[in-house]
Design a protein around this ligand. Structure first.
Ligand SMILES: Cc1cc2nc3c(=O)[nH]c(=O)nc-3n(C[C@H](O)[C@H](O)[C@H](O)COP(=O)(O)OP(=O)(O)OC[C@H]3O[C@@H](n4cnc5c(N)ncnc54)[C@H](O)[C@@H]3O)c2cc1C
Length: 249
């Protein structure tokens, strides 16, 4: 079975994010980019499908700028067979990303299209379900494990207080949570092999974004606390501070 995994490049979660001078984006100076952690779960899930079925190909698909090739090579090092970078040099909103991915996916023979449940950083949880809608196929979200039957996939979702089991016809879009998909580390052999694996790059089919980021701001810093003296007057002073300064009463 052929599998395609859509992955996004995001700032390393260890990065200290700063807002740029115009307040419209993050300051990308010195930022290291990685595969979104949720997309690593999806890669792990896709690789296990190929290993269990001993058949098929695992492809990676990403929209990003040319530097994103490096991130795709990391996914190839984990074990994917091939990668495609749809190049875009300006911001696209979730619908724009989904449309460009759907154009690429509509003629694909993949029976299984995997996404992370959400992209780390922007967390919009839009792209997977939008791609499924544009392709006219089913989508199961927040899948923690799945297995195949005859022309169907049976998915488990962790819902409040239990597990929900859903069967969906193939082809299908699944958005993956960690569940049992602890991502593997790339081996040295995998890293070397990734350099020779096919990585195609072409222009993304760009649509004008309908959503614009107006402003970014950093969280307000908390003021320092104060310690009251251990005396009977401290109670009255505490009540005054809570009422007049903290506005908590
Ligand atoms: C040149 C460029 C500049 C960008 N600048 C910004 C920016 O300044 N701020 C910002 O927040 N975003 C930026 N993006 C990212 C893009 O706008 C978002 O990917 C898009 O808005 C989707 O929202 P999300 O990341 O919250 O996706 P979600 O809906 O949360 O993503 C869910 C899943 O969809 C898939 N997915 C998401 N994006 C991609 C992708 N690009 N390629 C393949 N699969 C994908 C992944 O599997 C992901 O786990 C930029 C993208 C490009 C190409």
């Amino acid at each position: 079975m052929n599998v395609i995994i859509c992955i996004k490049r995001v700032p390393d979660t260890e990065t200290h994010i700063r807002v740029n001078q115009t307040g419209t984006d993050i300051d990308t100076e010195g930022v290291k980019y990685v595969i979104s952690p949720y997309d690593e779960f999806a890669i792990e899930a896709g690789l296990r499908v190929k290993e269990n079925m001993e058949d098929g190909e695992v492809g990676l698909l990403m929209i990003g700028n040319s530097e994103a090739q490096e991130t795709l090579r990391s996914g190839l090092a984990m074990g994917a067979d091939k990668a495609t970078l749809l190049r875009a040099d300006s911001y696209m909103d979730g619908l724009g990303i989904a449309k460009a991915l759907a154009v690429e996916l509509k003629d694909s023979d993949a029976q299984l299209i995997l996404f992370g449940v959400k992209a780390a950083g922007s967390d919009q949880q839009q792209v997977g379900p939008m791609v499924a809608t544009l392709l006219g196929i089913s989508c199961v979200t927040e899948v923690s494990s799945f297995e195949f039957g005859e022309g169907v996939v049976t998915c488990q979702r962790e819902v409040e207080g239990g597990i929900e089991v859903i069967e969906a016809d193939l082809p299908v879009v699944l958005t993956i949570t960690k569940g049992e998909y602890e991502p593997r580390y790339a081996s040295l052999k995998g890293i070397m092999a990734a350099k020779r694996k096919p990585l195609e790059e072409r222009e993304a089919d760009f649509s004008h974004p309908g959503i614009h980021i107006e402003r970014f701001s950093e969280p307000t810093t908390r003021g320092s606390g104060c310690i009251l003296e251990d005396s009977p007057d401290a109670v009255a002073e505490l009540v005054r501070l809570l009422r007049e300064e903290a506005n908590a009463l």
